[in-house]
Design a protein around this ligand. Structure first.
Ligand SMILES: Nc1ncnc2c1ncn2[C@@H]1O[C@H](COP(=O)(O)OP(=O)(O)OP(=O)(O)O)[C@@H](O)[C@H]1O
Length: 241
């Protein structure tokens, strides 16, 4: 992986609201969320199903626009931006890791990462083998996703997310489809990524994972219910569930 840089990827949300549906069926998936993430911070978001965790991640990553409120991510003010601006923001600033990896099945591990470099025009294609080496996949680079284990696929997806050198990494249940040992290796990578200076926001149902965070945010009914500081975040190797 690349060497540590100055902390980056800070986030500031004020009164951020996101609604879905119309009329009586309308619901606020986010309801006046205030939240700060410091540059270089690792934040874990917990909360029951439907509490707005994924919506928060999607709004932060510019996948969906907020309806109300102020939102600055990695130095970019997102309030009122056009869909085209949000695409540029995502391309330049954010990396995404999903529960079910979202790799292109017809491309090898290497090609999946290279495709991200090609599509975004960011990063360096010649660095892709090194990047895959940094997630321990040197001997699997030319395998297709179906020939890789879940943990290996998730490591490819982390390499893909890092290929554009994002300021902020957004991970939605990154260990949700993995067994404990494999999940821990993924957590270690996310923690290492964070230690290089970029902010990481991880959504999870797994409360054990919260011990590696600098801060733990709990959501309920579209609102931030609690924010707790971890005085001494745990090393990912010590986490179990
Ligand atoms: N595209 C959508 N259209 C309509 N309603 C949506 C949409 N996306 C999310 N919602 C609703 O918004 C609320 C928050 O959903 P969200 O996916 O953010 O919750 P979550 O905390 O991530 O849940 P889970 O832990 O089950 O993934 C839920 O009531 C959900 O049904």
């Amino acid at each position: 992986m690349t060497e540590a840089k100055a902390p980056r990827g800070g986030v500031r949300l004020r009164g951020v609201t996101k609604r879905y549906g119309q009329g009586e069926a309308q619901l606020k998936a986010l309801d006046g969320v205030d939240l700060d993430i410091e540059p270089g911070e690792l934040v874990v978001v917990l909360g029951p199903s439907g509490s707005g965790k994924t919506t928060l991640l999607n709004v932060l990553g510019g996948i969906e626009p907020a309806d109300e409120g102020e939102l600055t991510v990695a130095g970019v003010e997102l309030t009122g931006r056009s869909p085209k601006d949000l695409v540029s923001f995502r391309r330049d600033r954010v990396g995404f890791v999903f529960q079910f990896f979202n790799l292109v099945p017809t491309l090898t591990a290497r090609e999946n990462v290279e495709a991200m470099v090609e599509l975004t025009g960011r990063g360096d294609r010649t660095q892709v083998p090194e990047l895959l080496g940094s997630v321990n996949l040197t001997d699997r680079m030319d395998h297709f996703p179906a020939q890789l284990s879940g943990g290996q696929q998730q490591r490819v997806s982390i390499a893909r997310a890092l290929a554009t050198d994002p300021d902020l990494l957004l991970a939605d249940e990154p260990t949700g489809a993995l067994d404990v040992a494999t999940g821990k290796s993924v957590l270690r990578l996310l923690q290492e990524t964070n230690r290089q200076g970029r902010s990481v926001l991880m959504v999870t149902h797994n409360a054990s994972v919260a011990s590696i965070a600098h801060r733990v945010v709990t959501m309920r009914d579209g609102k931030v219910e609690t924010v707790e500081q971890n005085a001494a975040p745990a090393d990912a190797v010590t986490v179990s569930w």
